[in-house]
Design a protein around this ligand. Structure first.
Ligand code: FE2
Length: 499
């Protein structure tokens, strides 16, 4: 393992090249259409200082680069740094090279990536699953980040001679957390082995308070305080703030629950389309006062899928409220190159990297995929309190995940209207598609795209359930693929979201 002091200096050298980006937006190219959004913001004279652009095609990104002079850091997708085996996976290496080409095209100072995945042990998911918060998982993340940063260094040189910095974002919890390390200790272990920066997303932090069970024992302010003491705040390069809401798959159930137990905290999950709740700005204020944000370079509202009017309103308020506060939050007088104070020194169990260690982690992830998809029970060390919390897991298993497969990111009945009508005539329920989805692993062989996976899997499902409908489902699939491909090429069509 690399000495953490060397890693620290490497990080400081890299981050020193990044100018202050200030207050910006984290946006999708397609949703809302970025060029229309920029026109609306210009008309209202509400101007972001930078735009963090979510993953899109090279041609769409080139259009964006031509249309604006503001800095364009990047929000990558589909590079699953949490997963073991990346070093021998040509798909991972290919994704990293494509990512580097996008960074070079945009001249991005950083590339943000969620510490999460949508593909585990051959099983596909629509939205991010957090990593297993364990020692070996943190070690794999650090190793994968170092590999990707080396690819950036080789392939994405910036005009100043440096290269884009890999940022790792703490992901949201969606009803549960699994592992044996606390989340802040996990990120400290990663940053002690990789010279990356971090993105602290305030809404994600709220979901940690909610779904780690901390809310039962602590006030929100106490929780944030404790979290900051352990988390490597000195590595935070960017802060995100985005909306939270009760997910559409459980709105009616949540209404019932809240009317029965009004003191229950809402079951919010990450939701970029909705207004940002004021509680997140209270948390943000507390974090900005902590005095350890020495490498903060930008704060962005994450606004993909939000209406342009709401974005302009929220950004106007954000600029007004935080323009001065942002600069005050960055402590001055710290000696460049000096290692940052480490309030909780990481305790390393230094184990040699080995095939068996990687296999053990792969097995743990396979078990994790089985638990979250209801094929195994949440038992064993990774599901034990106090680090793990599965008390709300059933919301994910019974509501959120089936909704994701049948409706989210492509509603099956809207995608395959004729096939679904025929299936209904044969009394074949679509619910069977959810269990079919998780019956066997299906490793992906091309760039990950949930919509694409959905099309493939539905064709297989129908072919198995009703072979006489095979030609019909294949025809509808071909039409979908062609329309999708055409939509992905321009910056004026919607294809997906960073959720
Ligand atoms: Fe975020």
């Amino acid at each position: 393992m690399t000495l953490s002091r060397d890693v620290c200096h490497d990080f400081q050298d890299r981050v020193a090249r990044i100018p202050i980006h200030g207050l910006g937006l984290s946006v999708d190219v397609y949703s809302p259409d970025l060029l229309s959004l920029l026109a609306d913001l210009t008309r209202r004279q509400v101007l972001p200082m930078y735009l963090e652009v979510f993953h899109a095609t090279s041609s769409a990104l080139a259009v964006v680069r031509d249309q604006t002079d503001v800095p364009l850091p990047y929000h990558g997708e589909g590079l699953w740094v949490t997963q073991p085996g990346a070093e021998s996976d040509p798909l991972f290496q290919g994704e990293a090279r494509v990512l580097a080409s996008h960074l070079a095209l945009l001249r991005s100072a950083w590339s943000n990536h969620e510490c999460a995945t949508k593909h585990i042990a051959g099983y596909s998911f629509g939205t991010y699953l957090p990593p297993l918060y364990t020692v070996s998982s943190a070690d794999v993340v650090a190793k994968n980040i170092n590999m990707v940063q080396a690819i950036f260094d080789q392939r994405a040189a910036l005009p100043d001679g440096g290269s884009p910095l890999f940022l790792l974002e703490m992901p949201p919890l969606t009803f549960f957390v699994a592992g044996t390390l606390s989340i802040p200790a996990y990120f400290r272990r990663v940053t002690d082995q990789a010279a990356c920066g971090l993105v602290l997303d305030i809404g994600h932090l709220w979901t940690v308070y909610r779904y780690s069970g901390a809310w039962r024992a602590q006030s929100l302010a106490q929780f944030v305080d404790e979290f900051l003491r352990e988390f490597p705040v000195e590595r935070v390069v960017e802060i995100h703030v985005a909306g939270l809401a009760v997910h559409e798959s459980l709105v009616s159930e949540a209404d019932v629950m809240n009317s029965e137990a009004p003191n229950l905290l809402p079951r919010w999950t990450d939701a970029h389309a909705v207004p940002i709740p004021p509680v997140l700005f209270e948390m943000l204020d507390q974090i900005l006062r902590c005095g350890r944000l020495e490498h903060l370079r930008g704060m962005a509202l994450e606004v993909d899928t939000k209406t342009s009017d709401l974005i302009a309103d929220e950004l106007a308020w954000f600029l007004e409220r935080y323009r001065k506060v942002f600069h005050q939050a960055i402590p001055r007088g710290l000696v460049a190159g000096a290692p940052s104070p480490s309030p909780v020194p990481a305790q390393f169990i230094t184990e040699p990297d080995s095939v068996s260690k990687s296999e053990a982690l792969a097995e743990a992830y396979d078990q994790y995929a089985q638990v979250v998809s209801s094929r195994a029970e949440p038992v064993g060390p990774n599901w034990k309190a106090p680090m793990a919390c599965a008390e709300e897991l059933d919301w994910y298993r019974a509501k959120y995940l089936p909704y994701e497969i049948l409706h989210w990111g492509g509603d099956i009945e809207a995608m395959f209207p004729e096939t679904c009508q025929e299936l209904a005539g044969k009394q074949i329920a679509l619910d069977g598609f959810v269990s079919y989805w998780f019956r066997l692993p299906h490793p992906v062989t091309r760039s990950y795209d949930f919509f694409d996976v959905k099309i493939d899997r539905f064709v297989e499902f129908v072919s198995e359930q009703a072979s006489d409908l095979k030609a019909l489902v294949q025809r509808e699939a071909t039409e979908l693929r062609l329309a999708y491909q055409a939509a992905s090429e321009g910056p004026r069509q919607s294809t997906g979201t960073p959720l």
